[in-house]
Structures are given as structure tokens and as C-alpha cells.
Design a binder for this molecule. Structure first.
Ligand code: URA
Length: 435
């Protein structure tokens, strides 16, 4: 039996934990042999004192071993992408079908919205009937039949992370590099994938806004990938502005469909091309990233990615016919514009506020188990660095109800600045880091 108090005492003063100590602690907690208060104290000690690369890899292994590891006989390579989250980040929805259309299976174990960010599963559930609570067997069937399955972490997949994550959420212990890295990587390793692309966001809409903290997280995840022999690459991407032209669950499904039809916003398409190219090249399905990029572009433009998505929607119980009428033009009537109070060069300054505005409108959760209204959202008209005139429409708020609450409009007014001179917007994608 692990001496939990000795483990806590060691980490409390910044000591390095042995592999056996980490494994013993995590195993005992996952089996219910240690109370939550021991785990909370452990998480706080790691949060404050940190962990080195070896300890972080040991923590990842201990969590990974708490549950099952998938190994599906698919006869083709498998790859996944993980984003650290942001506002308007719907990349997974067009990316996974595009990659599958190019012959690489994508077991997309996704998350729900967290804080100011929307989750892929919540977005997909705005399609009537779409079911994300898949069992392992349903994941496998989806991968065999469609090449993609979108679902939540199952009960058996890294149960230690499930318990620790819930504790971190309620105790405010999310923003720690070793805890985030081990949590994400244990789930990705459990998927049994051949290759992983990490989208590490920085900027005011990211969980770790400082670029250097994002890079630290990227290095920690790549170091774990290296310890487990998983081919991985991390792209720093700008979340100092929202991604695409909309944010909000149903609106983002519309934008994903546009991307799958070979259209849609340029920044969304660019991330799908960059990540898709990497997933094909890393998993060995393409000889180079250039070849991978060309194949992903073709899958978006010739309808094959869209056909995969339609099959996935039908396979997971969704109303595939509804996609033809999406986005509904009648939504236009429910939009309230926000106008420029003066002329200037538009700059996003607080992207998090956009996410919270959607939560305020009912399009996100304040507490675990809250129902989400998929309809509310934002439509962006002004872009970073663009010259706007007084009275010009900067964005629109799509809301249910007769009027948009003043508090929401005030929040949105605080999310941008109008500068006196022109400036170059931050590049969308930075130099990739490799394992
Ligand atoms: N997503 C995860 O899966 N884990 C974290 O710790 C943070 C984001």
C-alpha cells in the first residue's frame, strides 16, 4: 500500500518523485483506495512545485495504465489532432473527415466545452440526434465503416485522468504544464494512434495566453510522445483572434460544412490543410507534407471529405438531411449588430470575452451538467488589422430572446480596440516543434 502522506510530503517541498511513488499513488486513487482529499493535495503540490520531464512521463504512464489501450485492426494508419482550445476552434470537424478521405483513420476522442471555449462534442450535438457517447465497440465500428468516429472519453479510457481532471476542474488546478500535458497525452496514447498533431494555442483566447508558456506545454507533450515512441509535431497557432468568421455551436457547424464544401474562411481552411498534411505525412500515408497538403485540399474540393462527414453523421444517429439546410438563412433575423464607435484599425484584445459572451447567452456551461443552447453565437465582420469607419458593423450577436442583455454587449465592447495606425496581424501558424 502506498504511503500517500510520504508522497505528498516529498512533493510539497519540491522533491522528485520516483516512478514507483507516482504509479502507486495514481493506481491507488484510480481504484478508489485513496480519498479525493489526498489527490487534491497531490495536484496542488504538483501545480505549485512542478514536475520534470521524467516525472511527467511517469505520471502519464501511470494514468494510461489505469484503463484500456485501444488497438484496432483497421488495415490503415491512424492519426489524431489535439488542440489546447480557443474561441471558434472548429478545426477537428472538417479535419477528421478530410484526413479519413485520404486513407488515415481518426479516432477522435474529444472534449466538451471548458470555461470560455466550446467543445467539439457539444458542437456536433447541435446536429439533431448526433450521439457522442460511444462505446469502444462503436468507436471501432465507426472507424471501420467511415474512417472517423467522434466521441467522448469512454469509462474505460484513462479513468485516472477522468477522476483527476474532475478534481482539477472544481479546485481551479487546470493551468499547470505537467498536469495538462499528462492529461492530454495519456488519452492520446490510449487511442493507439500512429501519429499526433498538437495545436498549441497562444494569445488572449487561449488557456495559456503567453507564447512561451504555450511552447513549454508543447515541449512537455512532445517529450512524452518521445518517451512512448509516438510520432508527433506541435504547431503554435494564434488565438489572439477568434478562428474563422463565427463562434457558437450551430454557427460553427455551418462554417465546418462550408470548409467541407471547399469554401469557408481562409484561416480555418489553412489550419485544416496544415494539420491534415502533417497527419498524412507523420503516419506514413503521404511521402511529404506537400503531397499531404495537396491531397487534403483535393478531398475538401471534390466532395470526398464532405461525403465522409455525412456518413459519420448518419452512423452516429444524426440527421444528415439537416446538413443541407445549414446554416438556416432565417437565423439572420435574430442577429444584433455591434457598430464601430469611431474610425480606426481594428484589433482583438480580449478573445476570452467572446467565449464568455456566448456562455452568457446560454451557449455554454456555467456548471457541470448544464444544458447548452446551440443557437447563440457571434458572427465576425471586422478582422485584426482591418481599417474600419465609424458606424461600420464589427460583429453580430445571434441570440434567442427579444434583446441581447446589456452586460453581454458591454463584454463584447471590451473585447477589441480601434487603433490609430495600421499594424501587421500576428501570423496564424508559427514554426512547428518536433518530438
Ligand atoms: N484538456 C485535457 O484533456 N486535459 C487538460 O488538462 C486540459 C485540457
Amino acid at each position: 500500500m502506498i504511503d500517500a502522506r510520504a508522497v505528498l510530503a516529498k512533493k510539497r517541498v519540491g522533491g522528485k518523485l520516483e516512478r514507483a511513488e507516482i504509479e502507486g499513488f495514481v493506481r491507488a486513487y484510480a481504484r478508489g483506495e485513496l480519498a479525493d482529499y489526498f489527490a487534491s493535495a497531490f495536484l496542488m503540490a504538483v501545480f505549485v512545485r512542478g514536475m520534470d520531464a521524467r516525472e511527467t512521463a511517469d505520471l502519464t504512464r501511470a494514468m494510461l495504465e489505469s484503463g484500456e489501450r485501444w488497438c484496432f485492426a483497421l488495415g490503415r494508419p491512424t492519426a489524431d489532432k489535439h488542440s489546447t482550445g480557443g474561441v471558434g476552434d472548429k478545426v477537428s470537424i472538417p479535419l477528421a473527415p478530410a484526413v479519413a478521405a485520404c486513407g488515415v483513420a481518426v479516432p477522435m476522442v474529444s472534449g466538451r466545452g471548458l470555461g470560455h471555449t466550446g467543445g467539439t462534442l457539444d458542437k456536433l450535438e447541435s446536429i439533431a440526434g448526433f450521439r457522442t457517447g460511444l462505446s469502444r465497440a462503436e468507436f471501432e465500428r465507426g472507424l471501420v465503416d467511415c474512417g472517423v468516429a467522434f466521441g467522448a472519453q469512454t469509462e474505460e479510457l484513462v479513468p485516472a485522468d477522468r477522476k483527476l481532471y474532475a478534481l482539477r476542474d472544481v479546485t481551479g488546478l487546470i493551468e499547470s504544464v505537467p498536469l495538462i500535458a499528462s492529461s492530454i497525452m495519456s488519452k492520446k496514447l490510449a487511442e493507439g494512434i500512429d501519429a499526433l498533431v498538437l495545436d498549441v494555442k497562444y494569445g488572449s483566447g487561449a488557456f495559456l495566453p503567453e507564447r512561451e508558456r504555450g511552447a513549454e506545454l508543447a515541449r512537455a507533450m512532445l517529450s512524452i510522445a518521445g518517451s512512448f515512441g509516438l510520432r508527433a509535431v506541435a504547431f503554435p497557432t494564434c488565438m489572439g483572434r477568434p478562428l474563422g468568421d463565427t463562434a457558437g455551436h450551430a454557427l460553427e457547424i455551418g462554417e465546418s460544412l462550408e470548409c467541407l464544401r471547399g469554401r469557408g474562411p481562409a484561416d480555418l481552411r489553412e489550419l485544416v490543410l496544415v494539420f491534415g498534411a502533417s497527419m498524412l505525412a507523420l503516419s506514413g500515408a503521404a511521402a511529404s507534407e506537400a503531397e499531404g497538403r495537396a491531397r487534403i485540399a483535393r478531398a475538401l474540393d471534390d466532395g470526398s471529405a464532405l461525403a465522409v462527414f455525412e456518413r459519420v453523421v448518419a452512423a452516429q444517429g444524426g440527421d444528415a438531411r439537416a446538413l443541407e439546410r445549414w446554416p438556416d438563412p432565417r437565423w439572420q433575423a435574430a442577429r444584433v449588430p455591434l457598430l464601430a464607435p469611431r474610425a480606426g484599425w481594428f484589433r482583438w484584445t480580449d478573445v476570452r470575452a467572446l467565449g464568455w459572451a456566448i456562455v452568457d447567452l446560454g451557449g455554454g456551461r456555467r456548471a457541470l451538467g448544464d444544458a447548452i443552447n446551440p443557437f447563440p453565437g457571434l458572427v465576425f465582420h471586422a478582422r485584426d488589422g482591418q481599417r474600419v469607419e465609424r458606424g461600420e458593423r464589427l460583429l453580430e450577436v445571434q441570440a434567442t430572446g427579444a434583446r441581447v442583455p446589456d452586460a453581454v454587449l458591454d463584454r463584447l465592447r471590451g473585447s477589441f480596440a480601434l487603433e490609430d495606425g495600421p499594424f501587421e496581424p500576428e501570423p496564424l501558424v508559427g514554426t512547428p516543434l518536433r518530438a
